[in-house]
Write a protein that binds this ligand. Structure first.
Ligand code: TLP
Length: 376
């Protein structure tokens, strides 16, 4: 078969892609697992994908992806959405009436990094509850966060949890803890949504099926485009009724896609082939943390590294030295090691498909050298 876009055979092109490192030359990009390149199997699946108009429900590849995703997380139905943020926002708009309040962790992605979507699009204020270092919520503050019995208060419509927890360094919340956190909402007849952008990292770290985590909540969003390495897309899963309504909300948000099977095909490969390998990313993150702990002047807690995200940095007597961390990250970038930042001035490193143990060794050398240069 030949590629319509060129005279070169498709197999020839895939062959050369397969031999490429799934990264960018010599750059070691630890900014995020969102930077992953699709695997050769994904590119092949995308090339061959059977497609139709998904707004009519006629894209067979999207339909297959939605069925597969629902089965993987043990929910009745699932919806393919363009991004994690759209998945979370769709969930909020589906669960809540206009003006209902949502309860979120004060370090959660929904609260910090989703452009205030719930407030802007649904008039839903966010009531934040302190996030604990393990990614859970302060239970005393959570218990008193539910509103609506008094005429002065906005009614609570939804509790949101995050697992793994990004800003807490990829911490995993196990099923029993999720259940306990969800209980105060469920006792009040309120739904619980889980931002599981990295749900499969949590499942692999725990050695449990993702469905055991998803079973504790009413809806779950997970991303295909992070550690699972698909180029685009996330899934929102829940009951059949919930997903039918979420489909309308997705359309409202402009997320009704047409021949989306082209990208959904890569999502199917992601779910079938890329889950187990997440353990490699977790081992690399732990290796990085242990190496960093041996560099004088670097503060890091290797024992808390459970998945593929870790935070580290220079800490002075007065606390986190954000200026030194920025200088360190800039110096490392000049040497080809890309890092990002967190909400508290520390440096974030994320391991993913395309990052090898040898890359981690090189990153450690670069960071150690840059730290010396920054300290001088
Ligand atoms: N996280 C990105 C940035 O937005 C910070 C990253 O590099 O980690 N939930 C969680 C927990 C996330 O970490 C992210 C993305 C999202 C939702 C949003 O996903 P997208 O980027 O697909 O909208």
């Amino acid at each position: 078969m030949s590629n319509p876009a060129s005279n070169e055979s498709y197999e020839g092109q895939i062959g050369s892609l397969a031999s490429q490192r799934p990264g960018k030359g010599n750059v070691i990009d630890l900014r995020s697992d969102t930077v992953t390149q699709p695997s050769p199997a994904m590119r092949e699946a995308m090339y061959r994908a059977e497609v139709g108009d998904d707004v009519y429900g006629e894209d067979p590849t999207v339909n297959r992806l939605e069925e597969l995703a629902a089965a993987k997380v043990g929910k009745e139905a699932a919806l393919y959405v363009p991004s994690g943020a759209m998945g979370n926002t769709t969930a909020i708009l589906t669960h809540c009436r206009r003006g209902d309040e949502i309860i979120v962790g004060d370090r959660s992605h929904i609260y910090l990094y989703e452009v205030g979507g719930a407030a802007r699009l649904n008039g839903s204020p966010a009531r934040s509850v302190p996030t604990r270092p393990d990614g859970t919520l302060d239970r005393v503050r959570l218990a008193s966060a539910f509103q609506g019995s008094d005429i002065h208060e906005a009614r609570t419509g939804l509790l949101c949890l995050e697992n793994t927890h990004n800003m807490c360094g990829g911490r995993v919340i196990p099923p029993q803890t999720l259940r306990e956190l969800a209980t105060p909402a469920h006792e009040r007849g309120l739904p619980v949504h889980m931002d599981g952008a990295r749900l499969f990292n949590a499942a692999v770290a725990l050695g449990l099926p993702a469905s055991e985590l998803a079973a504790q909540v009413d809806s779950v969003m997970f991303c295909l485009s992070k550690g699972l390495s698909a180029p685009v897309g996330s899934m929102l899963a829940g009951s059949r009724e919930f997903i039918a309504e979420a489909r309308r909300v997705r359309k409202l948000l402009g997320g009704g896609m047409r021949q989306a099977g082209i990208i959904a095909a890569a999502g199917i490969v992601a779910l079938n082939e890329m889950v187990d390998r997440l353990a490699e990313d977790h081992a690399n993150a732990r290796h990085l943390a242990e190496g960093l702990a041996n560099i004088p002047g670097v503060a890091v807690d290797p024992a808390s590294v459970e998945t593929n995200i870790l935070f580290f940095g220079v800490v002075s007597e007065s606390g986190i030295n954000a200026a030194a961390n920025t200088a360190l990250a800039e110096a490392a970038a000049r040497e080809g090691v890309l890092l990002s930042g967190g909400d508290d001035g520390r440096i974030r490193a994320v391991t993913h498909y395309g990052i090898t143990a040898a890359d981690i060794d090189r990153a450690l050398v670069v960071i150690a050298q840059c730290l010396l240069a920054v300290a001088l």
